[in-house]
Design a protein around this ligand. Structure first.
Ligand code: GDG
Length: 458
C-alpha cells in the first residue's frame, strides 16, 4: 500500500498535551489518512534557528518532521513572498502587494532546502501531497532530485485572473513550477478557469477537459472544494460545551438577535466593509437598533506584516466610532473580540446566532460559512449571509442570502431580510445548504484529491 506524504508550511500533526478537539477539519482529515498509511507530515516548525535538520516525532499514530527556519528565511519567505506578495495578489489586492527580489529569492531558497531535506525520505510508492501558496515550487525541487512519484498540489486560496497575475515579476516561472506536479487542485471552478485562461494565453498551452498541456508536459487540473468535518461539527454543536456557550450568548442577548462573524483578522475577510454594512442597517432602522448586536470574533494573525497591523487599527477605530455613536446605557452594537475560542464554543455561538455574516472580498473557500450552517438547530436555523466572492458561494448560494460585500447597502438589506425571514423559509434555505455541507465534507474532499492523484492515467 502506498504511503501518503503531506507537505505544508505549518504541520498540524497531533501534539502531546493537546486534545484532538483543538484541531480544524483539514488537520483531522489529513491526520486520519496519515495514521492509516504510516505517512509523514513535513513542514516548518514555526521556530527560528540556524539548524536545518528535520526533527521527527511520532504521536497519535502520525509522524511529523519539522525544520526550523532562519530569521532571514521567515522574513523573506513567510512574511515576505508568501504573505506580502502572493497572498494579497492572489486575493486581488494589487494595492497591498509588495514586490521585492529578496522575497522571491528567499521563497525559492526555502523551498529548495525543504525539498532537499524531504527528498531522501520519500519511498518509491509514496503519494506526495503539497499544500498551498507557500510551497508552489516544492514539487519542482523534488523532481530535480529524480523523484518520479505521483506528486499533487492543492491551492487553498483563489487563483487570480490572468491580467492580475501578470503583475507579478517572474509570474511565468511560478506557474511553470506547477507543471512539475501530476495533479493541481483548486477550490472551485472559477479559480480553475482563471488557471486555464493563464495557461492558454500566457504559455501557449492547451486545455482538454482537465488535462492541461504546455510544451509537451500534461498535468491534470481539477476543482476540488474543501469541506468541514460536518458530522463531528454537528454533534459538537449539540454537545454540552457548545450548549453552555449558546445559552451564555442567549442570556446576554435577552430578546436581541445575535449576528455573528468569525474570521482570522485579515484584510481579505471584508471586516471594515462588514462593519460599514452593519452601521448602514443601524442608520436605516433606528426603531430596530437595540434589537440586534454584532459579535465579531477576530483572532489576530500575521502580526509581523504591516498591512495586518493597519487593518487591526482600522477596525478598532471603526468599532469604537460605531459603538460611540449608537450605544445606549444597556446596549452596545458591536462586540469586537481579538481572541480565539475552542471549536465547541464557536459552534455554540454559531447556533445562538440568528445571522452568520460572512463577507470576504475574496476567499479561496471560507469554512466559517460551512461551520455556521452545520451548527444550526434544524428546527429553528439561522440565516447565512454570504459574499458572492467567497469560494463557498458556488456550493452555498442554494440557500444563503448572497450579497456584494463592497456594498454597505447590500449588506444592510441582507441583515434586514434575514431578520424578517419566516421560519419556514429559513428551514428551506438551511436544508438546501446542509445537504451540501454534509455530502461534500472534508473526507469527500480528501478522497476526491487522492483519487485524482492515484489515477494511473490522466
Ligand atoms: C484558508 C483560505 C479556505 C477562526 N477563529 C477561530 C477559529 N477559527 C477557524 C474557523 C475556520 C478556520 O479558522 C478559518 O478557515 P477559513 O476557511 O474561514 O479561512 P482561512 O484561515 O483564511 O483559510 C480559505 C481554507 O484555507 C481551507 O482551505 O477555506 O479560503 O483562506 O475553521 O472556525 N477556530 C477556533 N477558535 C477561533 O477563535 N477554534
Amino acid at each position: 500500500m502506498s504511503r501518503l506524504i503531506v507537505i505544508s508550511n505549518r504541520v498540524q500533526a497531533p501534539q502531546p498535551g493537546t486534545g484532538g478537539g483543538a484541531q480544524g477539519g483539514l488537520a483531522v482529515a489529513l491526520n486520519a489518512a496519515l495514521a492509516e498509511e504510516d505517512g509523514i507530515w513535513f513542514g516548518w516548525s514555526g521556530d527560528t534557528s540556524d539548524n536545518r535538520e528535520l526533527r521527527f516525532q511520532t504521536y497519535g499514530g502520525v509522524t511529523s518532521a519539522v525544520m526550523d527556519l532562519s530569521e532571514q528565511d521567515v522574513e523573506e519567505y513567510y512574511d515576505g513572498y508568501a504573505n506580502r506578495t502572493l497572498w494579497p495578489l492572489f486575493h486581488y489586492r494589487l494595492d497591498l502587494t509588495e514586490f521585492e527580489r529578496d522575497f522571491q529569492g528567499g521563497y525559492e531558497r526555502v523551498n529548495r532546502v525543504f525539498g532537499e531535506r524531504i527528498g531522501p525520505h520519500i519511498e518509491p510508492d509514496d503519494l506526495v501531497w503539497v499544500h498551498d501558496y507557500h510551497m508552489i515550487p516544492l514539487g519542482w525541487v523534488l523532481r530535480q532530485q529524480g523523484i518520479t512519484n505521483r506528486i499533487g498540489f492543492f491551492l487553498h486560496i483563489p487563483w487570480p485572473p490572468r491580467r492580475l497575475l501578470t503583475a507579478l515579476p517572474d509570474h511565468r516561472r511560478l506557474v511553470e513550477a506547477l507543471f512539475a506536479y501530476d495533479v493541481v487542485g483548486f477550490q472551485n471552478e472559477e479559480w480553475l478557469d482563471s488557471f486555464f485562461n493563464y495557461v492558454k494565453e500566457e504559455m501557449d498551452g492547451t486545455v482538454d477537459g482537465n488535462n492541461v498541456t504546455v510544451g509537451g508536459r500534461t498535468i491534470c487540473a481539477i476543482s476540488c472544494p474543501i469541506g468541514i468535518e460536518a458530522k463531528d461539527f454537528i454533534a459538537g454543536a449539540a454537545g454540552p460545551v457548545a450548549r453552555a456557550a449558546q445559552l451564555n450568548q442567549l442570556e446576554s442577548a435577552v430578546g436581541r438577535s445575535l449576528i455573528v462573524g468569525v474570521d482570522r483578522l485579515d484584510y481579505s475577510k471584508g471586516l471594515p466593509e462588514r462593519f460599514a454594512g452593519y452601521e448602514r442597517f443601524l442608520q436605516n432602522h433606528p426603531d430596530r437598533r437595540a434589537l440586534v448586536y454584532l459579535l465579531q470574533i477576530a483572532p489576530p494573525s500575521r502580526t509581523a506584516v504591516q498591512t495586518y497591523r493597519d487593518i487591526r487599527n482600522n477596525l478598532e477605530q471603526m468599532s469604537g466610532r460605531i459603538n460611540g455613536a449608537y450605544a445606549d446605557t444597556d446596549w452596545v452594537p458591536i462586540r469586537y473580540v481579538n481572541k480565539g475560542y475552542p471549536r465547541e464554543v464557536l459552534a455554540g455561538i454559531y447556533r445562538a446566532a440568528r445571522i452568520g455574516l460572512v463577507t470576504p472580498l475574496r476567499d479561496g473557500m471560507n469554512l466559517v460559512a460551512k461551520e455556521y450552517v452545520a451548527a444550526q438547530d434544524p428546527r429553528d436555523p439561522g440565516v447565512l449571509i454570504l459574499s458572492r466572492f467567497a469560494g463557498a458561494a458556488q456550493q452555498l448560494s442554494v440557500g444563503a442570502l448572497m450579497i456584494n460585500p463592497y456594498s454597505a447597502e447590500d449588506i444592510a438589506d441582507g441583515i434586514d431580510k434575514a431578520l424578517r425571514m419566516p421560519r419556514a423559509e429559513r428551514i428551506d434555505r438551511w436544508q438546501a445548504m446542509i445537504e451540501n455541507v454534509v455530502e461534500e465534507d472534508v473526507i469527500w474532499w480528501r478522497k476526491r484529491f487522492i483519487d485524482a492523484l492515484s489515477a494511473e492515467t490522466q
